[in-house]
Design a binder for this molecule. Structure first.
Ligand code: 5GP
Length: 192
């Protein structure tokens, strides 16, 4: 059986891909992501141990990270998702829309918000404000990536995967106008 070929992978060296006329190069390879996600799982478990946190994934970007982070989580936990969006193309619009609300009752519970990337921080700030109204007993934040140069928000990331420069990244759940979430490495936009 022949493997499918993707048009943006054709005629380019393996480290580089072309998506919608833009070139991207590998920034964080899949094996490094996997290693860091395993470490984060252990850090989070050590923090919660015999408590039962509710992990809330922020869709769409966090779905792969959330699955890898919680696969084999050694303690008891619950999971839910919330959908938010503030990005168009390669820029944050700052206008955060909460598209899908939470159904789980979080009053008195320990919440772990799972985000793919914190850029301006506006998405998380708005979601935190909303979640706090439901009176959880605690909220902590885990984010795979953080761009400190652009962050305008005032909250602490309790569990962080990688700090990255102010570059547009794709793959491992992160999209470029809806595409390429399925790439297993994280890529950065190449300087043109
Ligand atoms: P913020 O509100 O912190 O500016 O942006 C958060 C959301 O914007 C993230 O959940 C993610 O969906 C999107 N985002 C921020 N930076 C990037 C980036 O470099 N690449 C991609 N694909 N999405 C990003």
């Amino acid at each position: 059986m022949e493997l499918p070929t993707w048009n943006y992978l054709l005629n380019l060296p393996m480290q580089t891909i072309k998506v919608k006329e833009k070139r991207f190069e590998i920034a964080i390879p899949a094996n490094r992501i996997a290693q860091r996600v395993e470490e984060l799982q252990a850090e989070i478990y050590l923090n919660y141990q015999d408590r039962t946190p509710i992990f809330i994934g922020i869709l769409n970007g966090s779905f792969i990270f959330m699955a890898d982070l919680l696969k084999g989580y050694p303690g008891d936990c619950e999971m839910d998702f919330i959908k938010a969006s503030s990005y168009e193309g390669m820029e944050s619009t700052g206008d955060v829309k909460e598209i899908m609300g939470l159904k789980t009752d979080i009053e008195g519970r320990d919440i772990v918000l799972v985000e793919d990337i914190v850029d301006t921080g506006l998405t998380l700030e708005k979601l935190l404000e909303n979640l706090k109204r439901s009176k959880p007993s605690s909220i902590s934040i885990v984010s795979l990536l953080f761009k400190p140069e652009k962050c305008q928000a005032d909250f602490k990331i309790d569990f962080l995967g990688f700090e990255i420069p102010n570059e547009f990244v794709i793959g491992y759940g992160l999209d470029f106008d809806g595409s390429v979430r399925n790439l297993k490495h994280i890529y950065r936009l190449q300087e043109s």
